[in-house]
Write a protein that binds this ligand. Structure first.
Ligand code: SF4
Length: 374
């Protein structure tokens, strides 16, 4: 089977213990009274969708949020078992769940593992408790350590740790210390993103005129991540994602390679039959079983652009052969000028069938990717 014959599944759990001041994800705190109704609607949406699309082969499934570990584990395992009944999960399907330290105790983690989750993503962000407080996160580094050890006890071998750079109070040294502390744990996967000040968040109002960390330091942290993780044996396979060999996140790779995916829950996106769907973000409408989405049917040109700007996020870039198979167009011909320009600037390289950004190109990835939008 070719990779595009598979489908991925994303499930959005929009609940958090408290809203973080920098967060613009669709998530709500203090809605315990809505859990029953939300999960009932989620199951209903899954059943209805499966009746329409059939028993598709599933290569990966990701429960994200929000904080999926906030509701009781039985809500989550109930949804996963329904998905497994309605879809054809491949024997080696990657099944991930995002958790936060203080909502994921040993018993929850054990239930997840038993239900079939085989990858965990823990939102640590920083190993410095003052920085965590400044981010308005509820956990401490010590609580994270407990969660990490409990995850191992529960049988999780494949664990991602999420980090953030350029956050309030952070210095180059404190970021280095965070990386060192995380590396001691030898997780299979590490993601590190710079803080983005999203409009409409309390952080935006507070820091829009004076970001917590200057541009130069932010850049230095980015280079530090690359260097330290490389030295520790992690392969950088995407701009902000690093993995031990064989532990690259299949689910995210699927997004970047435009594998079709079905999204369930509010605000979930889907890519199916060359159409992008974006579910609305209204909890009450969803609970009342309104599953309507905005729909964009992708023209060939849009799909080709997506192929390029998503694919070039990955360090192994894009395949010219796959491009041809999908669009019946020669990539080198269609993007002749763009390729020549970026090669000339030493930002893009071609090796055999693959076209990929150089190290220098990855450092200015947004510029490079925008070149492919005609
Ligand atoms: S825990 Fe994550 S999803 Fe929830 S508010 Fe904080 S950043 Fe947003």
């Amino acid at each position: 089977m070719k990779s595009k014959d598979y489908t991925e599944i994303y499930v959005h759990i929009p609940f958090c213990a408290r809203k973080c001041d920098y967060c613009d994800f669709v998530s709500f705190s203090g809605c315990k009274d809505k859990f029953d109704a939300y999960f009932a609607a989620l199951k209903d949406q899954i059943e209805k969708t499966s009746e329409t699309v059939g028993k598709l082969p599933i290569v990966s499934c990701f429960f994200g949020g929000g904080t999926p570990s906030v509701p009781d584990a039985s809500y989550i395992t109930g949804v996963l078992s329904l998905l497994k009944e309605k879809f054809d999960f491949m024997p080696d399907a990657e099944i991930s769940i995002e958790v936060n330290p203080n909502s994921a105790n040993l018993s929850k983690l054990t239930e997840y593992r038993k239900a079939g989750f085989n990858r965990l993503s823990i939102g640590l962000q920083s190993a410095n408790n003052n920085e965590l407080k400044a981010l308005s996160r509820l956990h401490t580094f010590e609580e994270f350590l407990l969660t990490f050890n409990n995850a191992k006890k529960a049988g999780f071998e494949n664990i991602n740790i999420d980090l953030m750079s350029a956050i309030p109070l952070q210095t180059i040294d404190s970021y280095k210390e965070t990386l060192n502390k995380v590396l001691l744990l030898k997780p299979t996967h590490i993601s590190s993103y710079s803080l983005i000040l999203e409009e409409g968040t309390p952080f935006y109002e507070k820091y829009k005129d004076a970001p917590p960390v200057g541009e130069d330091e932010d850049r230095e942290m980015y280079y530090l991540t690359k260097e330290m993780l490389k030295n520790a044996g992690y392969n950088r396979y995407e701009i902000s994602n690093y993995a031990k060999e064989g532990y690259e996140c299949k689910h995210n790779l699927g997004y970047w390679r435009r594998v079709p995916y079905l999204g369930f829950g509010i605000a979930a996106a889907s890519l199916y039959k060359n159409t992008r769907f974006q579910m609305h973000s209204d909890l009450d409408r969803f609970i009342n079983k309104d599953y309507s989405s905005d729909t964009i049917i992708l023209a060939k040109k849009d799909s080709m652009e997506e192929f390029m700007f998503l694919g070039l996020r990955c360090t192994d870039g894009v395949s010219k052969e796959e491009f041809f198979k999908e669009f019946d167009i020669d990539l080198n011909e269609y993007y002749k000028d763009e390729i020549a320009k970026l090669k000339e600037q030493e930002l893009l390289k071609e090796e055999g069938d693959r076209l990929f950004l150089t190290d220098k190109g990855l450092d200015v990835a947004n510029y490079c990717m925008s070149e492919f939008i005609k």
